[in-house]
Design a protein around this ligand. Structure first.
Ligand SMILES: [Zn+2]
Length: 67
């Protein structure tokens, strides 16, 4: 990652945080080419997935226990 990329991502995060505070909603940033699971950074089978199968099943189990 280059210095420019870091500055760009920092700027995007600042924008997202600003929108989050203004609207109370999460506006990202969402990096389409995110390197992996947002929970554990494991590689993802599909770039459209945000979390890996392991984290997904863990979340499902946690939900199942709440009900
Ligand atoms: Zn994961």
């Amino acid at each position: 990652m280059t210095e420019f990329d870091r500055e760009m991502m920092a700027a995007l995060e600042a924008d997202g945080e600003y929108l989050r505070q203004m609207t109370g909603q999460d506006h990202g940033p969402y990096f389409i080419d995110a390197p992996g699971c947002i929970e554990c950074s494991a590689p993802l089978p599909s770039p459209s997935d945000a979390v890996c199968e392991t984290c997904l099943s863990t979340a499902r189990e946690a939900l199942a226990q709440e009900t």
